[in-house]
Design a protein around this ligand. Structure first.
Ligand SMILES: C[S@@+](CC[C@H](N)C(=O)[O-])C[C@H]1O[C@@H](n2cnc3c(N)ncnc32)[C@H](O)[C@@H]1O
Length: 257
């Protein structure tokens, strides 16, 4: 059970996400993992997904699920907090209705998703919105078949603690401070978990996952530089610290735990 304060945060986050969702449609979706990160075309973390059952946590507008459909995944499942996102994803994926299952709800709870069912569970730039990482990882672990894969990307924990002031980077917040905080670039109520990279790794291990890869690499091409008009993510900052991290891990078989 979630504490009531976390339930309140989920309610206000849902309201805000329903409002801002149109600005994010397809913004961070596979093959993109996140700002300045190598793409799936370069990393090939998923491998062959033909006939694989996949579930996306924080599926947003459904663009990553569409990518999975184009690569031959046999079932497309998704969960997202926002009704607006789920409605958009349903429309975007209408051609795949027979293999589509979408749920509106928080990733911290199971809304009726089968256990030990999925070959791959993944999440592209959504996991950091969890108000309770251990609860979320517990759900993800239960959804996966033994030996199944969990891949996720999120903003690198250094990114929001260090800000760019002209040509210099300044540490504005301690890396050591963790917990639920208002998401800085948003002017709507939006509580997200500020965690360390080691916390993600240790919580995965505690949940029973075996870490396969941790990626903090940055890719800055001339094309990216000239298209870079964002304020929150800049190529100057990304050339010094990572903007995104990606983790691939496996649900260990029972006898390996
Ligand atoms: C940056 S978007 C991810 C976009 C997605 N990768 C796509 O392809 O559209 C983050 C998503 O997380 C969802 N979200 C936020 N908090 C959540 C929660 N507690 N449980 C489930 N989804 C959540 C938001 O509604 C939003 O759709």
């Amino acid at each position: 059970m979630l504490e009531s304060i976390k339930e309140d945060y989920l309610l206000s986050n849902k309201k805000s996400w329903d409002e801002v969702a149109p600005r994010f449609f397809g913004r961070t979706a596979l093959p993109v993992y996140g700002p300045f990160a190598p793409t799936e075309n370069e990393l090939n973390l998923f491998g062959d997904v033909v006939d694989k059952k996949v579930l996306e946590i924080g599926c947003g507008s459904g663009h990553s699920l569409k990518y999975m459909a184009a690569r031959g995944a046999s079932e497309l499942w998704g969960i997202d907090l926002s009704d607006t996102q789920i409605e958009t994803a349903r429309e975007l994926l209408s051609a795949h209705r027979s293999k589509l299952n979408l749920f509106q709800g928080p990733m911290e709870k199971n809304p009726g998703i089968p256990n030990e069912y999925f070959d791959i569970v993944y999440s592209i730039y959504a996991i950091g919105w969890t108000v309770d990482l251990p609860m979320t990882l517990q759900q993800v672990f239960s959804y996966l078949k033994p030996g199944g894969t969990f891949i996720f990307s999120w903003e690198h924990p250094l990114h929001s603690r260090i800000v760019q002031e002209d040509t210099q980077l300044v540490v504005k917040k301690s890396y050591h401070d963790e917990g639920l905080q208002q998401c800085e670039p948003w002017n709507l109520p939006a509580m997200m978990n500020q965690l360390k990279l080691s916390t993600y790794i240790n919580e995965l291990i505690k949940s029973g996952f075996q870490i396969e890869r941790v990626i903090e690499d940055v890719v800055i091409t001339e094309e990216i530089k000239s298209a870079d008009s964002a304020v929150w993510y800049t190529h100057q900052k990304a050339s010094l610290i990572p903007a995104t991290f990606i983790i691939k891990c496996t649900k260990k078989y029972g006898d390996q735990c």
